[in-house]
Design a protein around this ligand. Structure first.
Ligand code: NAP
Ligand code: ZN
Ligand code: ZN
Length: 350
């Protein structure tokens, strides 16, 4: 059984997002039905809408930073009740049986996790899953998380992707007191990485291409700020950092960032540009046993842990609320690095 919901979709890689109706399933035994209140706007939404990663399927309804209220639950749901404030991130299902799923790393499911949008819909409600740029969604309870009551709900939405995508590598690489950490790019992911690394007790250096963001970077917790297009400033920070998290959405030269690492330091890429980065030089890595790695969102258990950490430290995203009809203009601003620091769609406006 399905019902129809108002949404915004892209019909092709070159068409703007526009109103569209989508089917959703009535809750099955383990499903939770959610009235979506806010949905964050991730740069991945833009990459998908414009088919920059070359695996988009249309119509495409983006959105994977979803918060809302439970409006109905299936008969076997035991984690949530009607009225609960909940979140849904980048995944709505996974195989649940592979070693990665068993370790709580559904994001690395060996059969491929079901993404919240643009993933084959296992329930057959539509060919592909549809995301959070919509009024209502139905999700299995195992892929729903609780939003701490003290957090502003609109500001909490971006935690579901920008928050977990930066929290997970910071935790995996053991970032904490006494560590010197770099965050590259002050956008949606970058400003969350900055807040989280600061809250974890690290000394944080923020790399930005936008001199106009310096005051904000200080306010958000940066101990040092480097204008990454200034070679002198880049040289000065050489050999100094234990861990660098790169959140940049466009291809750029990674070699100066590798030079900023100390011996045994790691550069972790979470930004996922359309085009490859310029080639990596081996010698700067070789002479200091430096690593280059990457990280994909985070598991469900870790997403809950991140939300609880944010609840405890009162961390939410700095947001600009927009109506659903403002989405295409928001994408254009995102491309100009003009986001402070996450757009969040108010779903009451759809
Ligand atoms: P965003 O809000 O647009 O921020 C990206 C920032 O990168 C910009 O604000 C800008 O910061 C910097 N930047 C842009 N163009 C640049 C260039 N040519 N050279 C250097 N810096 C540049 O994007 P986002 O939502 O944070 O997402 C960032 C990337 O992460 C996207 O590619 C997205 O798809 C990816 N992502 C990956 C995962 C994952 O699981 N790995 C999850 C979510 C998103 P400054 O103005 O400070 O320079
Ligand atoms: Zn995202
Ligand atoms: Zn799996």
């Amino acid at each position: 059984m399905t019902f129809t919901v108002a949404a915004y979709a892209a019909q092709s890689a070159t068409s703007p997002l526009a109103p569209f109706s989508i089917p959703r399933r009535e809750p099955g035994p383990t499903d939770v039905k959610i009235d979506i209140q806010y949905c964050g706007v991730c740069h991945s939404d833009l990459h998908f809408v414009r088919n920059e990663w070359k695996f988009s399927a249309y119509p495409l309804v983006p959105g994977h930073e979803i918060v809302g209220r439970v409006s109905a639950v299936g008969g076997k749901v035991n984690k949530f009740k009607v009225g609960d404030v909940v979140g849904v991130g980048c995944m709505v299902d996974s195989c649940r049986t592979c070693p990665s799923c068993k370790e709580g790393l559904e994001n690395y499911c060996e059969a491929g996790s079901t993404f919240t949008y643009n993933g084959p819909d296992k329930h057959g409600t539509a060919a592909m899953t549809y995301g959070g740029y919509s009024k209502v969604m139905t999700v299995d309870q195992d892929f729903v998380v609780k939003v701490p009551g003290n957090l502003d709900l609109a500001g909490a939405a971006p935690l579901l992707c920008a928050g977990i995508t930066t929290y997970s590598p910071l935790r995996y690489w053991g970032v904490g007191k006494g560590q010197r950490v770099g965050i590259v790019g002050l956008g949606g992911l970058g400003h969350m990485g900055l807040k989280l690394a600061h809250a974890m007790g690290a000394h944080v250096t923020l790399f930005t291409t936008s001199p106009g963001k310096v005051a904000d970077a200080n306010r958000l917790g940066a101990d040092e700020i480097v204008i990454s297009r200034d070679e002198k400033q880049m040289e000065k920070v050489g050999n100094s950092l234990d861990f660098v998290l790169d959140t940049v959405s466009m291809a750029h030269d990674l070699n100066p960032l590798i030079n900023a690492l100390r011996r045994d330091g790691t550069l972790c890429l979470v930004g996922a540009p359309e085009h490859p980065h310029p080639p990596l030089m081996v010698f700067p890595m070789l002479f200091k046993r430096r690593s280059v790695s990457a990280s994909l969102i985070g598991g469900i258990k870790e997403t809950q842990e991140m939300l609880d950490f944010c609840g405890k430290h009162n961390i939410v995203s700095d947001i600009e609320k927009i109506p659903m009809s403002g989405i295409n203009a928001a994408y254009e601003r995102m491309l100009k690095s003009d986001v402070k620091y996450r757009f969040v769609i108010d779903m009451a406006s759809i």
